[in-house]
Design a protein around this ligand. Sequence first.
Ligand code: SF4
Length: 344
Amino acid sequence: MQALDILRASGAKPEHVARAMRVWLSGDELEAAHRSRLAFPATARAALPEVERELEGVARVVAEEACDDGGVRLLVGLADGKSVESVLLPRDGVCVSTQVGCAVGCTFCMTGTHGLARNLSCEELLAQVVLARRRRRVRRVVFMGMGEPAHNLDAVLQAIAYLGVEGEVGHKDLVFSTVGEPRVFERLAANAVKPALALSLHSTDRERREALLPRAPRVDPRELTNSALDYADRTGHPLQLQWTLLAGANDGDDELERLIEWLRGRRVVVNFIPYNPVTGLDHERTSGDRAHAMTRALHAAGITAKLRRSAALEVGAACGQLGGVRNQVPYPVSGPSLGPHPPL
Ligand code: SF4
């Protein structure tokens, strides 16, 4: 990270660099923290204004909109004029984006319709948490916004390491979400900070899954699920198995039967997420009755399952609806604008 390089070049020792990270990740300002309570050595102190400018320039909130359910959509402008979205979640969570756009192209997701523009840097990932913490308490960080975290693995793992130590987020409250890159499981397990894992499965049928997630790795769904369950056993954090409910596409009895066969007795929570409408995408939401019946069927088999209501649905920032542009819904602008944000 450039800001930390400046600090190191000023002669700051590793403990001072870690201290600076703790202050920034808490949402505080470095110089103010120095004046009020945390002394930095003289050489590092002289570099603080430049370090602070560097950190503050990483990202800023261009617009935000609150939803009645406690969710808040933040449009986050980056230094190169691109933008992503973060969502403040009820119960002290924030959902952050890992890429501008996404290459996976899930057929039920707005982000996937734009393709990939670029990866976010570690500081851009962390800045989303800082911006969230300047608005409310954050104790849970889920990497489930725009982008596939496995396609930006080094930066995401570095951000997770900072958040789990200097950021003081519990490791089980850091959630790495993936469509399933096989190398992810080993890399996560080797990390000192081991996050919880969310696997976006969406179908147990190989062909059906490949149609829904056209550019996800071609891995057998059962093999993928087993790898994710093994990681859950190694860490003790239950696997979060994500399943967007699409009428007629992945809500049949065949899917339920396989889920029960694969998951019974394992460390897992199934999250059924009713599809959130996206203009131009050709899907419909599973009926409420069917969604409840599927949830009950898993319960009856002893599998923990939840029917989730996505946060921030009414402001168009629910699961699958993030586009990183400001004109999907009318935003009240807060703070200075970075100028026009081109579509991805
Ligand atoms: S659901 Fe996730 S992986 Fe799929 S296109 Fe959207 S952002 Fe990418």
